[in-house]
Design a protein around this ligand. Structure first.
Ligand SMILES: Cc1cc2nc3c(=O)[nH]c(=O)nc-3n(C[C@H](O)[C@H](O)[C@H](O)COP(=O)(O)OP(=O)(O)OC[C@H]3O[C@@H](n4cnc5c(N)ncnc54)[C@H](O)[C@@H]3O)c2cc1C
Ligand code: SF4
Length: 332
């Protein structure tokens, strides 16, 4: 049992101050559904926990105005079941309802979901494990590159790490150009969701572009007509309670039978939520047919590099995009 201290502040400013006072070993904790797991595995060893769940007003879901606003502590299940989100932004609701289990979604927060760490088996094997992992212990090596890589990334990988970014919600948020609001010792700032995530490069242990002590306070999503014609399509080994092998978040705007705008982001195949802009551009001005949808799917996976056992993800990913496009197009 490792000892840690604990604080439960009641305002965002007090939380940031508590974190700063505790120093480098501090961690924020929200639903705890990931952090406690990693503490039990000895991968996370915080000296101090700043529990943010007593902060009032940080769990709101606001759907009026020109932007959707989800406060960081809103439970995943509440956002997934919100009637406006379900009706006008199915891609958001589905990305949450297809993640984890109902019990987990009741505990887990939409802010905490953005910062969950990889499910790479070698990473989760723990510090006393037999397998090296650059993300867990910088410079130690990567067991996955020459090991069992069926679940690993085919896009965005480096010679130091090919772990998949595991979250479903960040993929949907990427397709809709969401922004993340953070508060830290230097004040408030907003960053595009895409800038929150780093490629592994030669520093895979640095996963997020957050400064020490910064806490996520809200996620904002610009409203778009494409929201109604959207879906999150997730392929996994089991139909529930499993992470994505491949997934696609898509949203479409159409005029007559032509596509006027497309948004496509991929999950399960890359080291970070992956926006497929070339595939989006290639669809504009065209009719959506099974053939053009599959063409877009292949464009989305262009540049993918197979490892030893994960080459199937390239064709599966393309077909996931194609199916998602056809599902979204049928929505009014
Ligand atoms: C069995 C299982 C299956 C799962 N399946 C899926 C799945 O299919 N798809 C999927 O997307 N997810 C899945 N998950 C992950 C789950 O969605 C996450 O555990 C959850 O979203 C994390 O939210 P939380 O509030 O519990 O975060 P916590 O565990 O409290 O925190 C997670 C991380 O975020 C940090 N943190 C939390 N809140 C803040 C904040 N406001 N500001 C700054 N830092 C913060 C913590 O320090 C920690 O590092 C699964 C989890 C389990 C255990
Ligand atoms: S893929 Fe990344 S997380 Fe997995 S063992 Fe290699 S360095 Fe660690």
């Amino acid at each position: 049992m490792r000892r840690f201290t604990y604080a439960r502040p009641e305002t965002p400013d007090a939380a940031v101050a508590a974190f700063a006072a505790a120093g480098a070993g501090a961690r924020y904790i929200a639903g705890g559904t990931t952090l406690f797991d990693l503490m039990k595995l000895n991968i996370e060893q915080p000296g101090h926990l700043v529990d943010v769940t007593a902060i009032r007003g940080l769990d709101g879901i606001h759907t009026g105005g020109r932007r959707l606003r989800f406060e960081a502590l809103a439970p995943m299940s509440a956002v997934a079941a919100h009637p406006v989100v379900l009706r006008d932004y199915p891609v958001l609701a589905e990305s949450l309802s297809k993640a984890a289990s109902q019990q987990l979604r009741n505990m887990a927060t939409v802010g905490g979901n953005l910062l969950q760490r990889t499910r790479c088996l070698y990473f989760r094997n723990g510090p006393a494990g037999a397998y090296p992992c650059n993300k867990r212990e910088p410079g130690s090596g990567c067991a996955a590159l020459e090991g069992l890589d069926r679940g690993q990334a085919v896009l965005g990988q480096s010679a130091h790490c090919n772990a998949v970014s595991p979250g479903d919600w960040p993929v949907a948020l990427t397709a809709l150009d969401a922004e993340v609001e953070v508060l830290g010792p230097a004040g408030r700032r907003t960053l595009p969701i895409e800038r929150l995530y780093r490629l592994p490069g030669d520093t895979p242990h640095l996963e997020f572009n957050l400064q020490p002590g910064e806490m996520i306070t809200a996620i904002v999503v610009p409203k778009t007509r494409a929201g109604r014609r959207s879906t999150y399509h997730k392929i996994r080994d089991r139909e529930s309670y499993a992470f994505a092998l491949t997934s696609a978040a898509v949203a479409l705007e159409t005029s007559g039978d032509r596509i006027t705008a497309a948004r496509i982001a991929l999950g399960g195949v890359a080291t970070r939520p992956w926006r497929a802009t070339a595939a989006e551009t290639g669809l504009v001005g065209r009719r959506l047919t099974p053939e053009t949808a599959l063409e877009a799917g292949h464009a989305a996976l262009a540049g993918a590099v197979a490892g030893r056992h994960n080459g199937f993800k390239i064709e599966l990913g393309a077909r996931t995009v194609a199916d998602a496009l056809m599902i979204a197009a049928r929505r009014i």
